[in-house]
Design a binder for this molecule. Structure first.
Ligand code: AMP
Ligand code: GLY
Length: 421
């Protein structure tokens, strides 16, 4: 069996790692992959955004199943094209991926389906948005409509900041077309949780919950990033919250979306009034995948084939009760400018610690050595009987790995530990 994984981050390394441990022993290709994925898969030098080239590769190499990691190829219709060519692929079609690729579409969808979410208004002109901001209460959240790689959401503390965000998105066009419409919404407070399901167009299966750490610095301070760490443990959602997420979000969404296939990831705020949906993503979270998939006992190849063949209803997923945690090692300066090309040491020693796996994000292999190739470099991941054990192992391994400019958050999982006390 030949499987193609599209993408090149820590998320894709975690997916490839699970596939490589399958009893089906698939031959794995990754487009374009990274310095760590290289050990488990054949790297294909095609960008994850080059949809026609990906389809051509899958056709000529007779790929049996393709899995899509990132959102951009989904929004460009990679699933539509593969299906038209009779190629098996796991992911939503471009129309369904609008739940992620258009905030305005998503919010209208939540409203139409009575899904609990922040109150909102949308604007197609900057003048309209400025006028509304005159009488708003603060903080407030300003969101660019389109895909923005994490740069499209501003939590504004006051009117000046909110106006500046509208000016940037709608007038300066810093995000191009993604900012031609904005959603302005109520600021919610609470703990965030990431909840993912596998969906096959009719049935779905839930995954274990995770929590991301989006802010750059300890104590959830500093700028938003692509994710500085995550953990997964069974206490993230109470039984009541879990039921509310399924009944008020996931079930109505999949019923209304008709044929949603692939991964659906709900970004949730656990407010005093119960869980509210911040956003959907049409793909796996990064770095959440790095802590979710190591807890999956069921063979991931079987799950993906079930999805592609619409047989997910009869699958029972098995999960480890153990906890997991991942610490993201970044290059000095991230999320701003960084200097790549630093040699990384200690990877082999770190991997020898019980329960530890190091998922690569932006790394490059050259002549047997691994170099940094971007801001988010490695995801040092560990499983443990308890969250404390998983975190201890991940931080022990983090200390063994070194490169010039290495930095990381020291407080991953602390909120999870507090909740257990
Ligand atoms: P989104 O891409 O919509 O998930 O937004 C990115 C991040 O911005 C979220 O993970 C939250 O931390 C924050 N955020 C988004 N919407 C809200 C909201 N209505 N209230 C408070 N924080 C929010
Ligand atoms: N961890 C946040 C995301 O993948 O969007």
């Amino acid at each position: 069996m030949k499987i193609l994984v599209i993408g090149s981050g820590g998320r894709e390394h975690a997916i490839v790692d699970s596939l490589a441990r399958s009893s089906h022993k698939p031959k794995i290709y990754a487009a374009p992959g990274n310095g760590g994925i290289r050990e488990l898969a054949e790297l294909v030098p095609i960008s994850s955004d080059d949809v026609p080239a990906l389809a051509e590769f899958a056709e000529t190499h007779r790929i049996d199943l393709t899995f899509v990691g990132p959102e951009v190829p989904l929004s460009k219709g990679v699933v539509d094209l593969f299906r038209n060519k009779g190629l098996k692929i796991v992911g939503p079609k471009a129309d369904d991926a609008r739940l992620e690729s258009s905030k305005s579409f998503a919010k209208q969808f939540f409203k139409a389906n009575q899904i609990p979410t922040a109150d909102f208004q949308e604007f197609t002109t900057a003048q309209g948005a400025y006028a509304a901001l005159e009488s708003s209460r603060y903080p407030i959240v300003v969101k660019a409509d389109g895909l923005a790689a994490g740069k499209g959401v501003v939590v504004a503390e006051n009117r000046e900041q909110a106006m500046a965000a509208v000016q940037q998105f709608m007038e300066a066009k810093t995000l191009g077309n993604a900012g031609s419409k904005v959603v302005i919404e109520e600021f919610l407070t609470g703990e965030e949780a990431s909840f993912h399901v596998f969906a096959d167009g009719a049935a779905f299966q839930s995954m274990v919950a995770a929590q991301d750490h989006k802010r750059r610095f300890d104590g959830d301070t500093g700028p938003n990033t692509g994710g500085m760490g995550a953990y997964s443990v069974d206490t993230i959602l109470s039984a009541q919250d879990h039921e509310a997420v399924l009944n008020r979000m996931i079930r109505p969404t999949l019923a209304a979306a008709h044929e949603y296939t692939g991964i659906l990831y709900a970004g949730i705020m656990l407010t005093a009034d119960g869980p509210k949906l911040l956003e959907y993503n049409a793909r796996f979270g990064d770095p959440e995948t790095q802590v979710i998939l190591p807890r999956l006992k069921t063979d991931l190849v079987d799950v993906l084939v079930d999805i592609a063949e619409h047989r997910l209803a009869s699958r029972r997923l098995e999960w480890r009760t153990e906890a997991s945690a991942t610490v993201v090692l970044v290059s000095r300066g991230y999320p701003g400018r960084i200097e790549p090309g630093k040699q990384i040491s200690g990877l082999e020693e770190a991997k020898r610690i019980e329960g530890v796996t190091v998922f690569h994000a932006e790394t490059r292999w050259e002549d047997g050595k691994i170099y940094t190739a971007g801001g988010r470099v490695l995801n040092v991941t560990a499983r443990g009987a308890t969250l404390t054990e998983a975190l201890d192992r991940a931080y022990l391994a983090t200390g063994m790995i070194d490169f010039d400019g290495k930095d990381f958050r020291k407080d991953i999982g602390q909120k999870g530990l507090l909740k257990q006390r």
